[in-house]
Design a protein. Sequence first.
Lengths: 86, 92
Amino acid sequence: MKGTRDFPMCGFSNTVVQILKNLNVPFEVVNILENEMVRQGLKEFSSWPTFPQLYIGGEFFGGCDITLEAFQSGELQEVVERAMCS
Amino acid sequence: MVTKEQVEASLTSKLKPIHLEVNDISGGCGSSFEVEVVSEQFEGKRLLERHRMVNAALEEEMKEIHALSIKKAQTPQQWKPSQDSATQAKDA
């Protein structure tokens, strides 16, 4: 993501952080603004051109739009719960 | 600079959408867009795959676009019911 969990540096990153905080699940963030190599590398690794990028249980879940839609539909809660149990 | 027309042209030629809406939300600098795409090609694909298709269709443009928000990536079947509910919501 851009920025940190307490100081997101972009609206899209902020949205995802707020959703994760709302779900009350443990999560780690990587501030890609601090490391250009990680920033470029992650785009390639995920085949995803933008940030934030959400990984759940080691698997790429999506960007801000997908996370928001899944949160609103309840799918995100299910995926997170499954990941926490495994 | 990437224009709304360029984004529309790329999405139209690659995804053959039956409904397409592109909004330039950058305030004219051409770096932020909001898109809605309804296409047969999304049939049987998960949302993540659909977004990947949109990103891939805009591969060239993405080099200059700062933010792309995919508001909708639906199949024609999915699109119709939500259109109805949107009208109802407005009426209510």
